[in-house]
Design a protein around this ligand. Sequence first.
Ligand SMILES: [Ca+2]
Length: 234
Amino acid sequence: MVYFKNIPIYSYDIINTYPHDVSSFTQGLVYECGYLYESTGKYNESTLRKVELQTGEILKLHKLHENYFGEGITLYHDKIFQLTWKSKVGFIYDKDNFNLINKFYYNTEGWGITNNDEHLIMSDGTDEILFLNPKNFKKVYSIKVHDEFKPITRLNELEFIKGEIYANIWKSDKIARICPYSGKITGWIDLKGLLSPKEYKNAGTMNGIAYDSENNRFFVTGKMWPKVFEIKII
Ligand SMILES: [Ca+2]
């Protein structure tokens, strides 16, 4: 195991690859029962989509109004919660038909979202992670993410996995593993080299972590990446 500033740095093995829409500016990613749910960003291009993992086929697509820049999503009690970047509004959809059920509002930017079944867990681009009541969307508490020396900012797409928060760091090849109580970084996963140099030319930053809890499978992708990778963390 390699350590940096007393924090373990994990590497990866590629278990499998799946096709990914290269026009997809990935902002949120979750997995359930053979399907990925994905949120994409950019004004006038933002979407929510249901994608078959194996084929990359888009089975359902919802376009956001042109004024909204889509951000993170999470699946909570058969509903999809989707953030927008600067509009301070989130959308709640029926998971099965993408019908809009409700909206919710927040005071920060919206970046990533996940949940631990008790709270919605949200990042806003800073070092803060907010824990929200999923019924009234009020902040219950928050944590400040840090290593031994400094705050870790630009926390982006999130996934709550086995008691830890995993976070993409915007413009970085690393995923942070975060203690949800203290905010302390418990590890880094260095995903450099996932895409070949040629693939990387047309691709954006890594963003998108999804977890298959039934089969313990871990998926990552990025903005305009040609592939979704199933990886094993080592
Ligand atoms: Ca995620």
